[in-house]
Design a protein around this ligand. Structure first.
Ligand SMILES: [Zn+2]
Length: 320
């Protein structure tokens, strides 16, 4: 008897090891459901899966946040479509029955703002920092076309709509529904990207400045110099809680290891080689396997193209 149950336990143990050994992601795309988690006090995050946009995740493969104020809900980023905006609305309704009165866009990636139209129709006022709407307008058609390929008919009924209320760049302090916000431009992933800090609860919503658990991607329109400078600003603010653009709710230490250090790695090694007009191929080969970042999800898919873009950028703009 004894031997049998020990061996049964051992089997369960091995099975567990086998399952976790394959690195099952915490939020598998196939069963992803938007769900709010409390960060602190009246501040919540909705953490999306780390992979690509799909019908299963409705394009909500990014993080969102909301603050429940006395007079209504402040939503940070609006989802990838009218359909996905409704999913965010449902997740919020499980926490509070207060209406979503304000929507703030941290940036211009599709899933940060294409839900604006839906919330505006429900009566919300959409806010953004000067610089963000310009970028959104520039990328709207391209984003709608590309998103259609990932989510198909879930995009029906979605109209790109930029903010009604524009706050001045590069930094603004304002009060919405009795909640104080510090809004800071980052210009990292897209031109005009921002982060939003809540000093009363020490929470920073970084938008696409910070990624944890997965590596960030350098897009043709990204600026790693601006990213590194904005990361320094984040360190200076020193928030107790960080809701990154992608990945779990975290602290400054993990953000530093998985994003801040990666900006520095790219600039100091690959950017420097570009500035000095060294060989692109040799540089890519030399910095192919940085131990500090190889564990991050999407590393194999993104690291070489990230290096390539940083090299070409610094080669063309050696004095910046
Ligand atoms: Zn993003």
């Amino acid at each position: 008897m004894m031997a049998r149950s020990t061996s049964a336990l051992l089997h369960i143990g091995l099975l567990t090891i086998a399952l976790f050994g394959f690195g099952l992601a915490p939020a598998k795309a196939a069963d992803y459901i938007s769900e709010a988690e409390q960060v602190t006090d009246n501040v919540y995050a909705i953490i999306g899966p780390l992979g690509q946009r799909s019908q299963d995740n409705a394009g909500l493969n990014a993080n969102y946040g909301f603050v429940v104020s006395d007079s209504g809900v402040i939503l940070i980023d609006s989802g990838a479509s009218a359909h996905s905006a409704r999913l965010l609305e449902q997740a919020i309704a499980k926490v509070t029955d207060k209406p979503i009165r304000w929507v703030l866009n941290t940036g211009s990636q599709d899933h940060r703002w294409l839900g604006n139209g839906y919330f505006a129709q429900q009566g919300a006022v959409v806010y953004a920092m000067q610089g963000t709407p310009e970028t959104q307008e520039r990328f709207a058609d391209q984003q709608m076309a590309s998103l259609k390929g990932f989510v198909g008919e879930q995009l029906d009924g979605t109209t790109p709509k930029v903010a009604d209320h524009i706050v001045p760049a590069p930094e603004t302090e304002l009060e919405i529904g009795g909640v104080t916000l510090q809004w800071i431009q980052t210009n990292s992933h897209y031109p005009g990207d921002t982060m939003i800090y809540l000093p009363e609860s020490s929470v920073m919503f970084t938008g696409d400045l910070v990624y944890v658990d997965r590596v960030f991607s350098v897009l043709p329109q990204s600026d790693v110099r601006a990213g590194a400078a904005a990361f320094d600003r984040l360190v200076q603010v020193n928030p107790a809680f960080i809701v990154p653009g992608h990945g779990r709710v975290t602290d400054l230490a993990q953000a530093q290891r998985e994003t801040g250090d990666y900006y520095e790695f790219l600039i100091d090694n690959v950017g420097e080689a570009g500035r000095n007009m060294e060989s692109l191929q040799d540089t890519l080969d030399q910095f192919d396997k940085p131990q500090a970042f190889m564990h991050l999800q999407n590393f194999d898919d993104l690291h070489r193209s990230n290096m390539n873009r940083v090299f070409v950028d610094f080669e063309a703009n050696p004095d910046q």
